[in-house]
Design a protein around this ligand. Structure first.
Ligand SMILES: CC(C)(COP(=O)(O)OP(=O)(O)OC[C@H]1O[C@@H](n2cnc3c(N)ncnc32)[C@H](O)[C@@H]1OP(=O)(O)O)[C@@H](O)C(=O)NCCC(=O)NCCS
Length: 165
């Protein structure tokens, strides 16, 4: 287990072999309820999807333990963010720390050991002009961590709150 020191956290690029970790985190009941696709994922569908999309995923780690995961999916220079904290690490401030660090990370300010030097997502950082996130209005912890990370609410409907950075 880890200590409560939060200074030694870092990001690593996910590899193609991390599909099961992401699958389990996305199938956690809270993640499912807060996602816009609420049905449980099917492994075969997920693993085929992950083989294409794994470069979008980052592991947030401390002492080799996975604290959570973040994703940045870039299209037309818009980087859409999503995130999950592992159930056993929730409600301890890691969500705020992870998302605020990830926003800095994708802006080249927070390299981890494996990513020492400039962090260049596969699409090239300069191609990301805006960061975005879409959160269900019921997902209070995610709204809090988005605001903490500096994201600004730009739109709200009964289904979704949109944030930008
Ligand atoms: C949302 C999530 C990332 C929050 O992670 P976390 O590590 O628990 O968050 P933190 O400990 O940093 O808490 C952030 C704030 O939310 C509050 N909070 C956290 N979990 C809460 C809960 N279950 N109920 C009410 N408040 C909660 C904390 O008290 C804190 O509030 P504060 O800023 O007023 O002190 C985590 O619950 C999660 O992975 N959920 C499922 C996936 C998900 O919803 N992803 C986002 C989809 S866009």
């Amino acid at each position: 287990m880890m200590g409560e020191r939060k200074s030694d956290v870092y990001f690593e690029h996910a590899s193609i072999d991390d599909g099961k970790i992401i699958f389990d985190l996305r199938n956690d009941p809270d993640s499912g309820a807060n996602s816009f696709h609420t049905e449980p994922l099917i492994w075969e569908t997920h693993s085929a999807w992950f083989a294409e999309h794994y470069p979008e995923w980052y592991l947030f780690k401390q002492n080799d333990e996975i604290i959570g995961v973040c994703r940045i999916a870039v299209q037309h220079k818009v980087g859409t963010l999503s995130w999950i904290i592992s159930p056993e690490y929730r409600r301890r401030g890691y969500g705020k720390l992870m998302l605020s660090s990830f926003v800095k990370f994708v802006k080249l300010e927070c390299p981890g050991p494996r990513n020492a030097g400039p962090v260049v997502p596969p699409w090239g950082t300069p191609e990301v002009a805006i960061l975005r996130a879409e959160i269900k209005p019921s997902n209070t912890p995610s709204i809090k961590i988005a605001k903490f990370a500096g994201l600004i609410q730009i739109n709200e409907s009964p289904e979704v709150i949109e944030f930008e950075y």
